[in-house]
Ligand binder design. Structure first.
Ligand SMILES: NC(=O)c1ccc[n+]([C@@H]2O[C@H](COP(=O)([O-])OP(=O)(O)OC[C@H]3O[C@@H](n4cnc5c(N)ncnc54)[C@H](OP(=O)(O)O)[C@@H]3O)[C@@H](O)[C@H]2O)c1
Length: 334
């Protein structure tokens, strides 16, 4: 197949493009060309690179035509955030026979009520991002149901891997939390620590996209969560991370007001956005329909990220070493 990946050099694309090349596909990688993949891979040498700014070309009304002119059998759209942008691409691809795979988010679900969340649950998203993702999903699935373009939606959890900061046990990117857990310092936890976080390794997201590409008939008109087998609670995640250093976490449970007073606003806001939602997304449909099994647990994916961050000097582990984890069986760990 000839596959166009839109937004090809980020978290997902870094893993997806080599997977697709390795499976024998002809890959066109589209991005603005401001960055390279997180890890080099020889597969990139055989990839056609297209430099384009999707936002600018959406605004000019030329993006969908550019993608259609690439004559794709499939398009993996990793950077679509609004219904208007999705509609434009659908209209450009309709009638070409292409399969459109869109990257959504578990935030297309709102604050959780019944867990685990299922793909066909009624969605009550909050905020521009989640609302936009839910609107795109509704548009794409209706398009397929109506006999138009065949579309598939993949909803990742918090994407983790080597090369970028990972959402930590408090639901934020504060590197000081990893330092505290590594060194035995106290960590202020807003509330009980019973709230949930659900990660996914970027390579597991890539594997799910690859599975959907390879099973178009089963995937068309469907949405799938891309998440680790199980989610974690704040306290469970903190205990797991402290355990990497042979420690118990020293957690002090405080009110949200106390937490906000002691925490930089961007970290406190990120914690609120994640913990308020407290999502746990079921991975069952991807397994049942596509045979997709996530290889990484939340803790293993986070550990790989923290090991990389420490090696890159972006997280201070107080002089302690941390080896990255390989993907581990879903039966192990959290
Ligand atoms: N991060 C998470 O935890 C998370 C969780 C759930 C869902 N998601 C979804 O994952 C998707 C993002 O995938 P990712 O995390 O792999 O992306 P990413 O790491 O943010 O990388 C974005 C990719 O898109 C390119 N890009 C950005 N803006 C562009 C533009 N205007 N035109 C063309 N290319 C552009 C970037 O390269 P250039 O900068 O060179 O253009 C890069 O290749 C989004 O749909 C997001 O909603 C993310």
């Amino acid at each position: 197949m000839r596959i166009v990946v839109v937004g090809a050099t980020g978290h997902i694309g870094t893993h997806l493009v080599p997977r697709l090349v390795g499976a024998g596909h002809e890959v066109v990688a589209l991005s603005r060309g401001t960055r390279e993949p997180y890890q080099p891979h020889p597969a990139w040498e055989s990839v056609e690179r297209v430099v384009a700014d999707r936002d600018a070309e959406d605004a000019a009304g030329t993006f969908a035509g550019r993608v259609a002119d690439l004559r794709p059998d499939a398009v993996v759209d990793l950077v679509c955030f609004t219904e208007g942008s999705a509609r434009h691409l659908v209209e450009g691809l309709r009638g070409t026979g292409a399969h459109l795979l869109h990257c959504g988010s578990i935030w297309s679900h709102g604050p959780s009520a019944v867990l685990p969340l299922r793909e066909d649950d009624a969605k009550h998203p909050v905020g521009e991002y989640g609302t936009g993702k839910a609107a795109v999903e509704a548009l794409l699935l209706a398009e397929t149901r109506g006999g138009g373009l065949e579309c598939t939606v993949v909803h990742p959890g918090h994407i983790s891997g080597a090369g970028w900061p990972v959402i930590g046990p408090l639901g934020n990117l504060d590197p000081a939390v990893w330092t505290a857990l590594a060194t035995g310092a106290e960590v202020l936890v807003p509330g009980l620590g019973a709230e949930t976080l659900h990660h996914v390794h970027a390579d597991d997201v890539a594997a799910l996209f690859a599975a959907a590409l390879g099973q178009r008939r089963a995937a068309a008109g469907e949405a799938f969560h891309a998440v680790a087998e199980r989610a974690v609670t704040v306290r469970g995640f903190a205990a797991e991370a402290a355990g990497w250093f042979g420690r118990e976490p020293r957690l002090r449970h405080v009110s949200w007001e106390e937490f906000r007073a002691a925490t930089a606003p961007e970290h406190a806001d990120a914690s609120w956005e994640h913990l308020w939602r407290s999502q746990v997304a079921s991975p069952a449909k991807a397994r049942e329909v596509l045979g997709h099994e996530p290889r990484w647990t939340t803790a293993a994916a986070a550990r790989e990220a923290v090991a990389w961050l420490a090696g890159a000097g972006q997280v201070d582990l107080g002089g302690r070493q941390l080896a990255g984890a390989q993907g581990v069986s879903r039966a192990q760990s959290c």
